[in-house]
Design a protein around this ligand. Structure first.
Ligand code: SAM
Length: 214
């Protein structure tokens, strides 16, 4: 896919207020109720799983901002799921390890360097208020060449999404995630894709990049 022509973030930074949210309460409060739901429709979920298969996400994988489903067609050998709701995470059938951790309170991940072969983040990158720090730390915990795959649609919890995300359209959002990868300094150039063009239901967009070698 062509890169969006007019990325919304200014070079080297984001406009004032970009990461403000309507609901600035601690995220643990909003995510405390058990939500055993899916946030995108079956076609978009299938597109996520197909992408993971196509990219060969195997080995030790970290699913960030996870819940009771991780959408793999074929679960990896080891899947660490990190999110806010312990009960949802405990119900994830593919998980081999569960970590409750608030990335907005602490962007530093509780894992050692080069722990994972790949990382994923499905329909959640819009909730990060310190995304560049999180992306930089994802690079740290990935092995060189390991992929970080972010997928999203056009749906969200609007009170919890950052203002810059809500102010943009889908192409602008791809540019936002592209900027997160680039500004983190830890990744090769991201690939940006609309994964289910023509779908009648939820669109599914993806941005992924390999952890820079060395
Ligand atoms: C829209 S749901 C998506 C869940 C899952 N990734 C999926 O594909 O269905 C958003 C998820 O992000 C997690 N989350 C939201 N804010 C978070 C934060 N500050 N730190 C870690 N996880 C967070 C929530 O626990 C919730 O499960």
């Amino acid at each position: 896919m062509d890169r969006p022509a007019a990325p919304p973030p200014s070079p080297g930074g984001f406009p004032a207020g970009f990461f403000d949210r309507y609901d600035d309460e601690p995220d643990g409060t909003f995510y405390e109720p058990l939500r055993l739901v899916t946030h995108i429709d079956d076609g978009a979920i299938a597109a996520v799983g197909q992408l993971y298969t196509e990219l060969g996400l195997t080995g030790a994988v970290l699913d960030l901002m996870s819940s009771w489903v991780s959408h793999f067609e074929q679960p990896p050998e080891a899947l660490t799921v990190l999110g806010l709701n312990a009960d949802e995470l405990a119900r994830n059938p593919d998980a081999t390890a569960v970590v409750v951790h608030d990335l907005n309170a602490e962007p530093h991940l509780p894992f050692g360097d080069a722990t994972f072969d790949a990382a994923t983040c499905c329909v959640s990158v819009d909730y990060l208020v310190r995304p560049v720090e999180v992306f930089a730390d994802v690079a740290r915990v990935l092995r060189p060449g390991g992929l970080f795959v972010c997928t999203f649609s056009n749906r969200c919890f609007p009170t919890k999404a950052v203002r810059g995300w809500l102010a943009n359209d889908d192409r602008g959002r791809l540019a936002i995630v592209d900027a997160y990868f680039e500004q983190s300094g830890g990744f090769d150039r991201a690939v940006l894709a609309h994964r289910n063009p023509g779908a009648r239901g939820d669109p599914l967009y993806a941005a992924w990049a390999a952890r820079r070698a060395g």
